[in-house]
Design a protein around this ligand. Structure first.
Ligand code: ADP
Length: 484
């Protein structure tokens, strides 16, 4: 069988460049889809870290002027995965992050940077590379959204199936209307049925309008974004495309996240010897200077510190968490006020609360291996990966009942407990009061060793791999190819 060819277009890909779960998904899809006879090639901006992978490569495609400078496409490999690097030094050759400089200021030309990525994606999708004609163009988030408009309107010839995936609707790529003439799109695309958005333009909206299929990263989030409350101003567009929208959960890299082989943790373990996990809790407390209190349930957080993640609510209920006898370790970075809040809590309650401000992959592994319960009080969560790590590592996730959190954690309600299917604790609505109640419920469960052991076992048995999601993506690409 000839594999289906998918050109995936994204602004980040693990392990080359990552600011969030988007990178993990883009990095995982090529290997996840290979067994489904789908070959994924990923087009990425040539930031320095990406360009380094393509040293010595022969350009496969060139443009003399791409938004103000020359550009070329360089083929390369990341592990087994094929990538295409868009080398356009005037847009990407700079120090700093993919979207912002070292001080956190957005690059002033982000519109051009990602319009350029999208323009080239549409060229390649339309057959600009000799011998390569993808069946589908898969645009991730706003940075790739415009590629679907270019593929429909600015690229001659047969076009591939167009798929937009929303990883987070909060980021929409909105720019002033004055940008439009520079994009090189026909005037009819600048209306309410196109990329026009409240007098400006939105790259994500373009993706949603011109996609043949829209996916997002969990079934619950797919339902939520149709509503005014969670639609972030695009709910009307999403409702107008009903029938084309579906939710496919993210999987976890179960090789990198395997407690039986994890090189980062003090003591490896699996579902048959969960007790061995205790050594990781001791190690973690030691590293963070927490009391080795055998009775204390140890809560953990691994997260970006942003409003979305609801960690201001956790700051509010720290006295209640301590009143249960619990301890807390937070690993995260982000908004300065939240960083300061957790630093202050750790200073006020030494031995009981600790935090590490920063991004540390190895430490994240140690946390999931050593904590008793993971707190995820997100106000919204398209999918969430951190609760999947917790499940796999025998930590009980305590989550807000939103988006992918609702879809991946089975609440320990009486029915689920009786049927032995509970894996965690859910709470709603997302308020400090309900988070407090959830923490108290969790500690009550923790104090029932047989129930707690069962929940952890159930969690570790949950299938969090890419196998099922990959099958669903493959089916979507295949259905789309058949209809065209
Ligand atoms: P988002 O993409 O909104 O940040 P996700 O849960 O989908 O949230 O994905 C983020 C991933 O990055 C998770 O696996 C999470 O555990 C991890 N992560 C977040 N913050 C840190 C940190 N400070 N150190 C290590 N890993 C982190």
């Amino acid at each position: 069988m000839k594999p289906l060819e998918v050109l995936s277009v994204a602004s980040e890909m693990y392990p080359l460049v990552k600011t969030g779960g988007l990178a993990d998904v883009v990095g995982a899809l090529p290997a996840a889809l290979a067994p489904e006879f789908v070959r994924v090639v990923t087009l990425l901006p040539g930031y320095p870290a990406v360009l380094a992978e393509a040293t010595g490569a022969t350009p496969a495609y060139q443009r003399a002027d791409l938004f103000g400078g020359p550009a070329r496409v360089l083929p390369a490999k990341v592990g087994e995965a094929d990538i295409l690097v868009l080398d356009a030094p005037h847009l990407y050759a700079r120090r700093g992050g993919p979207y912002a400089d070292a001080s956190g200021q957005d690059w002033p030309d982000n519109a051009e940077r990602f319009a350029a990525l999208s323009r080239v994606a549409a060229d390649l999708g339309g057959g600009a590379l000799p011998g390569y004609r993808p069946d589908a163009l898969h645009a991730h988030d706003w940075q790739a959204g415009l590629s679907l408009a270019y593929a429909r309107y600015a690229t001659p010839g047969p076009r591939p199936g167009l798929v937009a995936t929303i990883h987070n609707l909060a980021f929409q790529g909105q720019f002033a209307a004055s940008l439009f003439p520079r994009l090189g799109l026909p005037p009819e695309t600048n209306g309410v049925d196109g990329l026009e958005y409240y007098g400006g333009v939105s790259f994500l909206k373009a993706g949603l309008q011109y996609a043949d299929r829209i996916t997002t990263v969990s079934p619950s989030y797919a339902a939520e974004i149709r509503t005014v409350d969670a639609g972030m101003g695009l709910d009307g567009v999403i409702r107008s495309r009903d029938g084309l929208v579906s939710g496919i959960l993210n999987g976890l890299d179960t090789v990198a996240w395997d407690p039986a082989t994890d090189p980062h943790i003090a003591q490896r373990f699996d579902a048959t010897n969960i007790a061995a996990r205790g050594a990781n809790k001791i190690d973690l407390r030691f590293r963070f200077g927490l009391d080795q209190d055998p009775k204390a349930p140890l809560f953990g957080v691994v997260s970006r510190l942003s409003w979305q993640k609801g960690l201001d609510l956790l700051l509010e209920v720290i006295p209640a968490l301590l009143a249960t006898g619990g301890q807390l370790i937070l690993l995260g970075s982000g908004e300065p006020a939240l960083e300061a809040g957790f630093r202050a809590a750790a200073a006020t309650y030494p031995g009981r609360i600790a935090c590490m401000i920063g991004y540390d992959e190895a430490m994240a592994h140690r946390l999931h291996a050593g904590i008793d319960a993971l707190l995820v009080p997100s106000r919204f969560e398209p999918c969430g990966l951190t609760q999947l790590c917790a499940l796999r590592y025998g930590a009980v996730p305590v989550v807000a009942r939103v988006g992918g959190l609702a879809d991946t954690v089975v609440d320990a309600n009486p029915v689920a407990l009786e049927r032995h299917v509970a894996t965690g604790v859910q709470f709603a609505p997302v308020t400090a009061e309900m988070l407090k109640v959830a923490i108290e419920r969790t500690v009550a469960l923790y104090r029932q060793p047989a129930t707690w052991r069962r929940m952890r076992k159930n969690g570790m048995a949950t299938n969090v791999s890419w196998r099922d999601p990959a099958r669903r993506y493959a089916k979507l690409f295949r259905d789309l190819a058949k209809r065209r």
